[in-house]
Design a protein around this ligand. Structure first.
Ligand SMILES: NC(=O)c1ccc[n+]([C@@H]2O[C@H](COP(=O)([O-])OP(=O)(O)OC[C@H]3O[C@@H](n4cnc5c(N)ncnc54)[C@H](O)[C@@H]3O)[C@@H](O)[C@H]2O)c1
Length: 235
């Protein structure tokens, strides 16, 4: 069976996707961001890495991405900087990782002749909803440098589909929750306070509303893209 590449495999959603793909019998190349601690992030915590080829590297490096995509049929591109607050203080790194990194992955996938690329965007590109439910016709509103960098990444990926016929799907997940999620997210924050015995939950602004998806449901959505072409399955 041809190889599936998962970028961001060391992260929350990517590590679950790797497990799901392996359980379904796929050979996975898993990209963990290189660091000097020899850490593969959440991949270090999986019960087994059978069927997984872990590669350390960085999507900001175009030459590295060329090697990364060799022999790969499907690319699930999840690697990104995702924290909105950090994007206010370090926007440059968001452009480098999310925009340039996505350019490198698209270019490398095109050159390697990959059969499909699933690029992960986010519901954040829509900003504060002007109407609900948000659909794909909703205007894009870059309310943070993170959102802007994802809008830029989507535009780069779409240009590769229009200009070079890259077989592309863009997924825009809404808030995802589940095991391995960052402790600063709202559901872990509530659970941590209950576990610490709090009788009153303290949160910041509780006026915004959100749609939440369980991480394995998000992964199942990604997984279905292996069987359908870019336009056969919406969303
Ligand atoms: N978590 C959510 O609720 C949510 C919602 C919508 C969209 N998304 C998108 O899903 C994807 C995965 O998000 P997540 O929640 O698993 O985040 P995460 O931070 O847990 O995972 C992202 C991974 O990307 C890796 N990465 C960052 N920079 C890199 C680089 N330069 N080279 C290689 N790897 C790099 C990090 O090591 C990290 O593990 C992201 O693209 C994010 O924008 C997440």
């Amino acid at each position: 069976m041809a190889k599936v590449l998962v970028t961001g495999a060391d992260g929350f959603i990517g590590s679950h996707l790797v497990e799901h793909l392996v359980a379904e019998g796929h050979e996975v190349r898993a990209l963990a961001q290189y660091n000097s601690f020899n850490s593969w992030g959440w991949l270090d915590h999986l019960p087994s890495l059978d069927g997984v080829e872990v590669v350390s590297g960085d999507i900001r490096d175009a030459q590295f991405c060329t090697t990364l995509t060799q022999g790969v049929e499907t690319v699930f591109h999840l690697a990104a900087l995702i924290a909105i607050p950090y994007s206010y203080v370090a926007p440059d790194s968001y452009v480098e990782t999310n925009v340039r990194g996505t350019l490198n992955i698209c270019q490398a996938a095109l050159n390697a002749g990959c059969a499909r690329v699933i690029h992960t965007s986010t519901s954040e590109v829509y900003g504060t909803a002007r109407y609900v439910p948000i659909d794909e016709a909703h205007p894009l509103q870059p309310q943070s440098p993170y959102s802007a960098s994802k809008i830029g990444a989507d535009a780069i990926a779409m240009s590769f589909q229009s200009a070079f016929e890259l077989p592309l799907t863009i997924a825009r997940p809404f808030n995802t929750y589940g095991p391995r999620q960052s402790a600063r997210a709202v559901i872990p924050t509530i659970i941590a306070q209950i576990a610490a015995g709090a009788t009153q939950i303290k949160l910041g602004d509780v006026t915004p509303t959100r749609d939440f998806n369980y991480v394995l449901d998000t992964c199942r959505g990604f997984f279905l893209k292996l069987f359908f072409g870019p336009r056969e399955l919406a969303g």
